[in-house]
Ligand binder design. Sequence first.
Ligand code: IPE
Ligand code: IPE
Ligand code: MG
Length: 237
Amino acid sequence: MAQPEQFAQGLSIGIIMDGNGRWAKKRGLPRTAGHKKGAEVFQDITRYCNEIGVESVYFYAFSTENWSRPAEEVGAIMRLFGEYLIKAFDYEKENNRVVFLGDRTALEPRYQKLMDEIEQKTAHNTGMTLNVAVNYGGRAEIVRAARALAEKVAKGELRPEDIDEAAMCSEMYTHGQKDPDFILRPSGEKRLSNFMLWQAAYSELVEMDVLWPDFTRHDLDLAIEEFNRRTRRFGGI
Ligand code: IPE
Ligand code: IPE
Ligand code: MG
């Protein structure tokens, strides 16, 4: 069998980290225990992606709709996120460029400050780009891009006829990055749940029955193998 690094080189992967709650429930644990284990898996899979030559990875950590969960759960997820922000300085050593996707103005100011610092400190790293989507919604991202372009038109900096796909892309959180080649969703759900709606136009969808806290490096190999078996046509024949 080919080594993972031979078939993962240059790939861009979206990962919807789902199933934390069900994992905890199965064990009679609070949902927050699932989030804690899920965060550990996030860290290990990030390292693995790095090792096998993935170009960019997009992790969905918290959606614009996840605020509707009980305050206690939201609070626990945000605390965990804060812990990982502090640890994230490790990624500098790992040569990752870190980018946060989503509306960070709703997060605690000290987290916003850390996010800005991490992005600045890692901006010139030459390894994998690690994207973490927090308070991210695909629709909100498209609305934000439309508004930014409308503002430029209102100021006379842009003509309406200059608005094209490239102009929209330039206002996305992901500007300058490759669209995901495939989006992986563990936990058996078969939906995007508002993740990367613009960028997923031609992404392959790979869904797996494993819950995110149980997800292993081998599962990622299986997902990449599955992706490599797909035929992408991009509308052609
Ligand atoms: C994903 O796991 C984590 C977040 C959405 C923050 P869930 O918490 O959605 O787990 P399930 O889907 O309830 O099992
Ligand atoms: C998607 O999972 C969001 C994240 C993984 C961050 P959800 O658990 O929120 O999605 P639904 O509610 O099952 O669609
Ligand atoms: Mg879920």
